[in-house]
Design a protein around this ligand. Sequence first.
Ligand code: NG6
Ligand code: CA
Length: 512
Amino acid sequence: MKSYLFRKMFLVLMLSGLFLSCKTTITKEVAASTKSPNIIIIYLDDLGYGDVSAYGAKALATPNIDKLAHGGVMFTDGHSSSATCSPSRYALLTGVYPWRNKDAKILSGTAPLLIGTDQLTIPKMLREKGYTTGIVGKWHLGLGDGHVNWNERVTPGPNEVGFDYSYIMAATQDRVPTVYIEDGLVANLDPNDPIEVDYSRNFEGEPTALESPELVTMKWHHGHNNSIVNGIPRIGFMKGGEAAKWSDVDMADVFLDKAQQFVRNHKNEPFFLYYAMQQPHVPRTPHPRFVGKTGMGPRGDVIAEADWCIGEFLNTLEKEGLMENTLIVFTSDNGPVLNDGYFDDAVEKIGNHDPNGGLRGGKYSLFEAGTRVPFITYWKGKIEHQVSDALVSQVDLLSSLASLVGSDKKGQDSEAMMDVFMGQNNQGRNDLILEAATKTALRKGEWLMIPPYNGPAKNDHVNIELGNSQDYQLYNLNEDVGQQYNLADKHPEKLTEMINTFNVIRGKDDAK
Ligand code: NG6
Ligand code: CA
């Protein structure tokens, strides 16, 4: 009798315990699904498909990026929208193919804002849904109206196209102005030492690398022989603003610190952070603590530095308890390049490392290495690890993220496929237009078609095949991802089908 009662009590206790624990899981799940997740895009500059150890790099270790790849969806057919920076970033933020905007080319440091202030952007869409939005790092989408006074508020810029907070470099690390800009104001600017910037002529009395090569500590190979800042010759001319000039070797730490601060400041509300890192773009200037770490020279060392920064950044998310409620997208703006204008041992010390990961071409190229980049989505507890061969593009993030947060906004060329990014579905895009230096190619299924283009087959300065040919090129990427066999003659029907689809999407008159 006693034991019967005891057993009954035990059962009741068990059941109520079960009920309670069920209830808590349900409430937690409801809370998590109703609460808008934080969204972070970590965007590298010129990182190649083969530069990440999770993607096969042996000579380089990227343990922190690998952590994302091994815990999230690691896409093997993920693309930037262009083989260069500004067009890719334009498409990423607007969900519009870059070739629709005739000004979407590599921009100078004085170029006007490329995104219209009336255009839809990821941060604008998220802001409407209650997000606080920030960008830290490389902008390279133009600023102002083309006549910027760098000593006043520089506008319109990121803050006018959706970002509540911005801490940026205007263009690239190799272009003037070499200063940080926080919410439109040049940081640390001494009003008694105003900044002037010009891309067509030098300022009197200012040394240039061309005239004073003895002042330079990093030698230029091609281009990059205008104003000298911190011993590094740049593209463009700049005068003044001494106190505001950045320290190149500290840039990674500065951006990391700002990214961490943004997270801490906004941890109690849904936030979107676009963390646009500068590595491994030229000039490659690892902090001294990373110099020599990879044996591969500055290019390898800044990749190690970037990976460390990502580790520190993930630690911050962990420490603030944000991991389970944060979607992280990791990718790169275009493919890799070794010599991009400076003598920095990238070519000499490459050893067996293949930044292309077996793909043809590279940065600037219509071949696969131009746009096929590391692409990872990570969300602790929500995304299960898998390797996905779905065809995805950065242009799809706008509409996909919109569906995630319950917005009905859509980017013109952006396909909503949040389930693919969550690893719940393997059906990516059917077709995709790739772009390099305003030339375009069509990807459809396993096929890639590059129409005939004038222009050199190869850029000899950077030693990269561009994809230009007088003939149509047709590759089967399932069988030949290295694009060695042009099947245009062998598959005329496929070629015709591809040309037709290309003309429909591209619009013949649009081809420029
Ligand atoms: C090129 C630069 C290159 C790099 C690139 C932009 C020369 C000769 N080359 O014009 O060094 O800055 O522009 O790279 O100046 S991107 O990743 O931002 O698109
Ligand atoms: Ca780039």
